[in-house]
Ligand binder design. Structure first.
Ligand code: ADP
Length: 380
């Protein structure tokens, strides 16, 4: 009998996991607090409930065999209980407990001897102020809140004491500001039987203003030594934490040529959305295969590609009204993936467009046209 899978979180990642599961005819349900969340597209396989609420998670999971997540911020006590009941929970709650907290992540990697930025963890604002006064000659620092920060929401540059005064009174860390040559992501998928595959590295390009991922490029020029270092780190960390399913690794390559681990995410990741149209097996199918103990798919990416995130601009508020479809759909090897969000807001991820196949000059020319023509019309 096929194992029933429950996904906690019904945002775009949950929706895209559902999409492949439906194609594979696998029994997969999603739970999310919001009735019209992206994964609610699959109404018969959608349950409304809060992934941070103990009872909701337990009730949703009662008739499932495998539980997985699309986001780290879930009720960990419930996951621990489900594990003790003999259900398969991927990623396991111990790993999630470390990963959902950036302070703990960095301590964990340092203990494994993996290079991370120099950092100072603190548990509240007073400690942050003490650290600042002791190390102020090292500014600028990058501040990161320990929990609930993603898509750049918990990241800030610190130069002055006032910047520290302005922080919320929560646990966090300061990091040295790295001189970054390029930001690279590596995705590993580890099956419940211990086998793994690693996708080739991709380059990540961020929006300067809000730190949100803007574009992903494949391939990128990297030395084989860097790739080997990144792959070794991916294997070491996933095995140490016994992670099953996908795990994305975000690295900085410094201007001095050093590989530094920034953070990881044990789930599908925005950096690998390009795999939907340029890889033999997309990250979403791979995750379902890995957590189900099915044979892993090939991570080979046989086409060049650019992924472009469609993100709400500062002027975008209200119902969505996309214009320029015809021009984009008329282009060969261009794929629009919208997440079904009916309301657009600044910095909200609404969808992405994959452009694959040719040389980078043509890919960039197409992207230029897409950026110019495909947009939300606020006046419509
Ligand atoms: P989030 O989890 O919100 O995506 P990250 O920790 O990945 O936050 O940081 C967001 C971005 O901020 C990174 O992609 C990078 O561009 C920049 N950044 C983060 N840490 C540093 C650092 N120590 N030095 C320089 N830039 C950094």
């Amino acid at each position: 009998m096929l194992k029933k899978i429950g996904i906690l979180g019904g945002g775009q990642l949950g929706r895209m996991l559902q999409e492949v599961a439906q194609k594979m005819n696998l029994p997969v349900w999603c739970m999310d607090k919001t009735k019209d969340s992206p994964a609610a597209l699959f109404r018969d396989f959608f349950v409304q409930g809060d992934i941070l609420n103990y009872d909701d998670v337990i009730n949703f999971s009662a008739d499932k065999d495998i539980i997985t997540v699309e986001i780290e911020h879930v009720n960990l006590d419930a996951l621990k209980e489900l594990e003790s009941q003999g259900k398969e929970v991927h990623p396991n709650p111990h790993a999630l407990g470390i990963i959902k907290n950036k302070n703990k992540q960095k301590e964990f990697y340092s203990d494994l001897g993996i290079p991370v930025p120099i950092y100072w963890n603190f548990s509240d604002k007073n400690e942050a102020l003490e650290i600042f006064s002791q190390w102020r000659d090292k500014v600028p620092f990058i501040y990161k809140s320990a929990e609930m920060g993603y898509d750049g929401k918990g990241v800030r540059t610190i130069r002055l004491q006032q910047d520290v005064e302005d922080l919320d009174n929560v646990a966090g860390s300061f990091e040295e500001k790295i001189n970054i040559e390029i930001e690279v992501a590596v995705m590993i998928a580890r099956s419940t039987n211990g086998k793994y595959v690693i996708y080739p590295p991709v380059g990540m390009y961020f929006d300067e203003g809000n730190h949100i991922l803007s574009e992903v490029h494949y391939p990128i020029q990297l030395s084989s030594d860097w790739i080997a270092q990144m792959n070794d780190i991916a294997v070491k960390v996933t095995e140490s934490l016994n992670i099953c399913g996908l795990c994305a690794f975000e690295f900085f390559i410094t201007t001095q040529g050093q590989v530094i681990l920034n953070e990881i995410a044990p789930r599908p990741h925005n950096s690998m959305h390009i795999s939907m149209n340029n890889a033999v097996c997309s990250q979403f199918e791979q995750h379902i295969r890995a957590i189900s103990g099915l044979p892993l798919g090939s991570p080979v990416m046989d086409k060049k590609g650019i992924m472009y995130n469609i993100i709400g601009k500062d002027t975008d508020f209200g119902p969505t009204n996309w214009i320029g479809w015809e021009n984009v759909l008329g282009m060969e090897n261009v794929f629009i993936h919208l997440y079904g969000k009916s309301v657009i807001k600044p910095a909200r991820k609404m969808g992405h467009i994959n452009i694959v196949g040719e040389g980078f000059t043509q890919l960039k020319e197409k992207l230029h046209i897409i950026k110019d023509q495909f947009k939300n019309n606020n006046n419509g």
